[in-house]
Design a protein around this ligand. Structure first.
Ligand code: PGA
Length: 256
């Protein structure tokens, strides 16, 4: 039987959050392009909206993909301040993060928002990277598995196996984001197994086997390989360490 993991391509996404202007982002992206050794992993960067066009220019012709950090679910209209999935696609994005814990906890995105955002990303022909993860209180109360299962269920509800083909999931325990406290490789793998089993029961075994499940939360060059060793860990969503070319490249190269 083939190693199932080998059928899923490793994905590494640098989430720049609210960092970098167009000029700074273009310089960072150019340094990543210059330093990236050819490998099997799919590499993407997610700059803020205002830097997307400059970064798209900087990565043109390279293997690096462009990702949006968030999206509003309507395609267009009177929604001041919002950016739609067709706009992100036109700016060169092929992936969009939805449900990042900062969107959920700082901006109040709920499961229904996440579902509509994921759907709009799929409708625009891009890959939604649906972020799920429990808080420390939920983990301490023994609820971690239920929390991620419910977040996932709310998102994939009503979508067919075929519609879900481009889906990616990121497991990001809230207690590990920006804290320097990383889930151990065993904890990450255990949660990724839960997520894959949930996908199988919610959306079928085809979706479960095909969907890359990324880990995020204080990933650095020196812990990336250990986290990626889990059979169900198919990639990394990197925040702080993606803001410097050298530390991001270390992680990309650890991913193969
Ligand atoms: P971090 O952020 O790597 O800075 O912990 C991860 C994320 O929020 O995606």
């Amino acid at each position: 039987m083939p190693d199932r993991k080998s059928t899923r391509r490793t994905v590494v996404i640098g989430n720049w959050k609210m960092h970098q202007t167009g000029a700074g982002g273009a310089a960072l992206a150019a340094a990543i392009v210059a330093g990236l050794r050819p490998g099997r992993a799919e590499i993407a960067v997610a700059p803020p909206f205002t830097a997307l066009t400059a970064v798209a220019d900087a990565i043109r012709g390279s293997s690096i993909a462009l990702a949006g950090q968030d999206v509003f679910h309507e395609p267009e209209g009177a929604f001041t301040g919002a950016v739609s999935a067709p706009m992100l696609a036109a700016a060169g994005c092929s992936l969009v993060l939805v449900g990042h814990s900062e969107r959920r906890h700082v901006f109040g995105d709920d499961d229904e928002d996440v579902r509509r955002k994921a759907r709009s990303v799929l409708d625009a022909g891009m890959r939604p990277v649906v972020c799920v993860g429990e808080t420390l209180e939920q983990r301490d109360a023994g609820q971690a598995e239920n929390v991620v299962r419910e977040q996932l269920e709310a998102t994939v509800h009503g979508l067919s196996d075929a519609e879900l083909a481009p889906l990616a999931v990121a497991y990001e325990p809230v207690w590990a984001i920006g804290t320097g406290r990383t889930a151990t490789p065993d904890t990450a793998e255990a949660m990724h197994r839960v997520i894959r089993a949930s996908l199988a029961s919610l959306a079928g075994s085809g979706t479960a086997e095909r969907t890359p499940i990324l880990y995020g939360g204080s990933v650095k060059g020196d812990n990336a390989a250990a986290i990626l060793s889990g059979a169900n860990v198919d990639g990394l969503l990197v925040g702080g360490a993606s803001l410097r070319a050298d530390s991001f490249l270390d992680i990309c190269h650890a991913a193969g």
